[in-house]
Design a protein around this ligand. Structure first.
Ligand SMILES: *Cc1c(COP(=O)(O)O)cnc(C)c1O
Length: 339
């Protein structure tokens, strides 16, 4: 295992965020829910362009891009992609040109993450139906034809190298837990393109923490093709092998709760609204409507169902996404009148 830790440290890396991110106890929330002890890992505060989990992946991905002498990056996602916003900022910070393949059509007045993409000077390619970066290879190919040196980053930054950021994050968590003198029984995290959950899973093994990860699914998987769990297993095995660890992951190692998808990706329902309001009012902490809001809604429901025992400690991994709040103002607005 020490060999794998050495290999992790030897990966190319560029500093983009401020680590460690805060690790806080959710006193009031824990008391009100009457369940396990609750902590939050605040990756909404990574510090890169309003924060988020993609900063950890991008430190490694852009580290490799710079190592390879690339002059541009290409990635993609939904119009309100947090990954694309953080990539645009990271590219600006490292002097790379950024191309984004975004789902949908150009809106009349950009807001939320899209507004920020534009402020960072990203070149936006509107892709209509495809919101998972389907056109990344084609855009990269076009740049190569124009004698550029593009670095392609997959949807969500979720390849083995990006996921390595979450192996390193577990070492950080280990320090947080030591300081608080607690052990984490469970991590609960929004899970969508897989790099976060896969990286955490491999990291928990590498640093020998006895913590179970529960991923709250944010997006339906492909209707055909492999399940999300088998994708997580493949990605984790690839990551493990890249670090010199055994490829020992099977699908049953991944706990993913698929029952909180509501009406689908990015559709804000009562689950997200209630969770966002509750955490804002009780802790003064903002969650986003697409990921962390849904994941917290799931966690609250799991606690109410008695999924975790009162003696246990649960860490909610806040993955960021807060700029998307403003793009969903209509779904979240209407404040109760002061009485
Ligand atoms: C991308 C993202 C996630 C999901 O992480 P994956 O590694 O893609 O599974 C969760 N929360 C937010 C805010 C994100 O932007």
């Amino acid at each position: 295992m020490s060999d794998a830790r050495t290999r992790l440290d030897a990966l190319p890396r560029v500093r983009l965020g401020f680590f460690p991110t805060p690790f806080v106890k959710l006193e009031r929330l824990g008391r009100l829910l009457g369940g396990p002890r609750l902590f939050m890992k605040r990756d909404d505060l990574t510090g890169l362009a309003l924060g988020g989990n993609k900063t950890r992946k991008l430190e490694y991905l852009l580290g490799e891009a710079l190592d390879q002498g690339c002059d541009s990056v290409v990635t993609g996602g939904a119009a309100q992609s947090n990954h694309c916003r953080q990539t645009a900022a990271a590219a600006a910070a490292t002097g790379l040109e950024c191309h984004l393949a975004l789902g949908g059509e150009p809106p009349e007045s950009p807001n939320g993450n899209l507004l920020l993409d534009q402020l960072f000077g990203a070149k936006i390619h509107w892709c209509g139906e495809g919101r998972k970066g389907e056109r990344i290879p084609e855009i990269a190919e076009g740049l190569r034809h124009a004698a550029r040196r593009p670095y392609a980053i997959p949807y969500g930054g979720s390849n083995a190298l990006g996921a390595a950021g979450f192996v390193a994050a577990v070492r950080e968590l280990q320090g947080d837990l030591k300081k608080e003198r607690v052990e984490a029984d469970h991590l609960v995290v929004a899970s969508s393109s897989g790099g976060t959950q896969a990286g955490l899973t491999v990291g928990l093994d590498l640093f020998e923490l006895h913590t179970r990860v529960t991923g709250i699914a944010i997006d339906k998987g492909e209707t055909e093709g492999p399940t999300y769990e088998s994708f997580l297993a493949d990605l984790s095995n690839e990551l493990a092998v890249s670090l010199g660890m055994p490829a020992r992951y099977g699908t049953d190692e991944f706990l993913v709760r698929h029952e909180y998808l509501g009406l689908g990706y990015g559709v804000v329902g009562e689950l997200e609204r209630e969770a966002i309001r509750f955490v804002a009012e009780q802790e003064g902490i903002l969650l986003d409507p697409v990921y962390a809001g849904r994941a917290m809604g799931g966690l609250i429901d799991l606690i109410r169902q008695g999924e975790f025992s009162p003696g246990e400690t649960v860490v909610f991994w806040h993955t960021g996404g807060v700029p998307a709040l403003f793009a969903h103002a209509r779904d979240l607005g209407s404040q109760a009148p002061a009485s």
